[in-house]
Design a protein around this ligand. Structure first.
Ligand code: NDP
Ligand code: 8X3
Length: 247
């Protein structure tokens, strides 16, 4: 019996990954704040889905939730560190400091808390850590400021973890997706339907299932193969080039 732990499992990549892992025979601990979404997923997937209604920013609650998991989770085969968000896309000077706090606390600190709490179990299983970075952590774009910074942190932490985990057999992959249709833009634009749907207009984007498939495909690789990072874009997405000021 293999075990997995997925954060942000109530929507998007996390939900699709929890579903795919369950269907591949894993017992999955699924964490998110929206418990009703997790319970609906459990109705769909059955007893191999364990609901953990928790905010990854709350270190004590997180440690209690992880501590309350049954014996099977003393050994953890897969961690998908996925919970995260962007809030706003204004220039740094106009953006909200409260939004910065939420992104830093969730995307950076939450991911660190989860990893720290679960690492002994992951080492025991010679397990696999997937961290959800972003193209925004590699390529700058206007208004990505703090969000991009948090994802650059995720990328560098992923690489540094590989060093610290040398000799343990634990694998770490930073997955850095580009445009993908989930609830991401609804959250980023705070429910502004016109803004969020404009992101996906007249183009072909990645789906949550594409990312889940990448995760299960990586897991199917032999144990001696570690993919350090995977930057994944829709075929329709490329770069816009440098911006040049002209007089
Ligand atoms: P969604 O908004 O669809 O899903 C985000 C998930 O994160 C939800 O399940 C949400 O659950 C959870 N979450 C957010 N904050 C917290 C918190 N404080 N505690 C626990 N869970 C939390 O977006 P995606 O699936 O697209 O995003 C998943 C990850 O992928 C994020 O890290 C995002 O930055 C990254 N990403 C997304 C891309 C995209 O274009 N979609 C591209 C590149 C990276 P709940 O609200 O119930 O707590
Ligand atoms: C999400 C992808 O390009 O909107 O991380 O930042 S992007």
């Amino acid at each position: 019996m293999k075990t997995a732990f997925v954060t942000g499992a109530s929507s998007g990549f996390g939900q699709a990954s929890a579903r795919a892992l369950c269907k591949n025979g894993y017992v999955v601990a699924a964490m998110a704040r929206r418990g009703e979404r997790l319970r609906a997923l459990k109705d769909e997937l059955g007893e191999n889905l364990i609901c953990l209604e928790c905010d990854v920013r709350d270190k004590d609650a997180l440690n209690r939730a992880i501590g309350g998991l049954d014996e099977r989770f003393k050994s953890l085969d897969v961690l998908v560190n996925n919970a995260g968000l962007a809030l706003g896309q204004e220039r740094f000077s106009e953006a909200s400091i409260d939004d910065f706090d939420v992104m830093i606390d969730t995307n950076i600190k939450g991911l660190v808390y989860v990893t720290k709490a679960l690492l002994p179990a992951i080492i025991k299983a010679r397990g696999y850590i997937f961290n959800l970075g972003s193209v925004a952590g590699v390529h700058p774009y206007p208004g990505a400021n703090v969000y991009g910074g948090t994802k650059a942190f995720v990328r560098q932490l992923s690489l540094n973890l590989r060093n610290d985990l040398t000799g343990t057999g634990v694998r770490v992959t930073n997955i850095a997706p580009g445009i993908a249709k989930t609830e991401f833009s609804q959250v980023r634009f705070k429910g502004d339907e016109a803004k969020s749907s404009a992101v996906y207009e007249r183009t072909k984007y990645l789906s949550a299932e594409d990312i889940a498939r990448i995760i299960t495909d990586c897991l199917a690789l032999p144990e001696h193969v570690n993919i350090n990072e995977l930057e994944v874009m829709a075929t329709t997405q490329t770069w816009a080039g440098f911006a040049i000021e002209r007089e």
